[in-house]
Write a protein that binds this ligand. Structure first.
Ligand code: GUN
Length: 289
């Protein structure tokens, strides 16, 4: 048997209509939902991600403003820009695209964005609420999208052994908290660069989520029969057979689909879910304004 595909593109598409209705309701109250995206420097991958966010904003009727900032920017200047949008009542969401130049303190930037405009959910107030089991704050987009993908399998998550590869601020850490939260109730293991016995841990996992960005790190032999695989990784590798000269691959070997029951494609799995959850968070910030 080959695993069923957890198609993020079509799941995200299915959510669009409901979001458009919410945006329209806000417009009836004279509220134009407005997201500001701040892009520092000219990282080509970030430029594509930001462009995709803007395209989706346009599709849903959300106003988006892209602020391009030179990579020479210093901490104070970037914080000043955020402050201006914090003070602007017509802006409902602020996102600073990661990664930032090394000299910029990303944690301070996350703290600077007002919690009620923090569409990424990275401000310590929002992350702190999450840690306390309070889902009323803003929850990071990729973890939210992954939970939605898991729910779409129709399988119960309660009591399942879930392994998260990677402990990043953006994906791994908040996702681990969400998965272990009351109501979802998975038993979570976090795998990181110092973990011993990764293979064995993976083999025992009913749900495996990899967010490390290392192409084909997770081998097909590590996959438990009938498990659910969520591949957050998206990397370019050289491929002479392709006209472009490269292929896009995830963290998990493609042939894992021969063992798992569900698997996300790369691309078209987690990526579209992150964007749609960003839209949901933005609309929520606008509704609460
Ligand atoms: N870079 C990669 N993913 C994300 C994300 O979800 N939010 C931000 N701000 N930057 C990112």
């Amino acid at each position: 048997m080959v695993a069923s595909v957890l198609d993020g593109t079509s799941i995200a598409k299915g959510l669009e209509r409901g979001l458009i209705a919410r945006v329209d309701n806000l417009i009836k109250k004279s509220i134009i939902t407005h997201l500001v995206v701040i892009l520092v420097g000219d990282n080509p991958a970030s430029e594509i991600y930001v462009k995709n966010k803007q395209i989706m904003c346009q599709k849903l009727g959300i106003k988006s403003t892209l602020v391009n900032v030179s990579s020479d920017v210093v901490q104070d200047e970037l914080e000043q820009i955020i402050e201006e949008f914090n003070d602007d009542d017509e802006v409902h969401g602020i996102l600073v695209q990661s990664p930032l130049p090394k000299k910029i303190d990303e944690l301070k930037i996350a703290s600077k964005i007002l919690p009620r405009k923090d569409v990424d959910g990275f401000n310590p107030v929002n992350l702190g609420r999450l840690v306390q089991g309070d889902t009323g704050g803003i929850i990071p987009c990729t973890p939210l999208g992954i939970i939605q993908l898991l729910e779409n399998t129709g399988e119960t998550l309660e009591g399942k052994r879930a392994t998260v590869l990677g402990r990043s601020r953006i994906v791994g850490m908040p996702l681990s908290i969400l998965l272990s939260m009351k109501g979802i109730d998975a038993t979570v293991t976090i795998v990181h660069s110092k973990t011993v016995g990764i293979e064995k841990i993976c083999r025992e996992s009913d749900i495996l989520i990899s967010a490390i960005g290392v192409p084909n790190f997770v081998k097909t032999e590590w996959i438990k029969d009938n498990s659910i695989i969520i591949d957050v990784g998206i990397s370019r590798i050289e491929d002479r057979n392709k006209k472009s000269g490269y292929s896009i691959v995830g963290d998990v070997e493609k042939s894992a689909n021969r063992v798992a029951s569900w698997i996300t494609p790369v691309p078209g799995g987690v990526g579209p879910m992150t964007i749609i959850k960003l839209m949901e968070n933005t609309i929520r910030c606008s509704e609460l304004s």
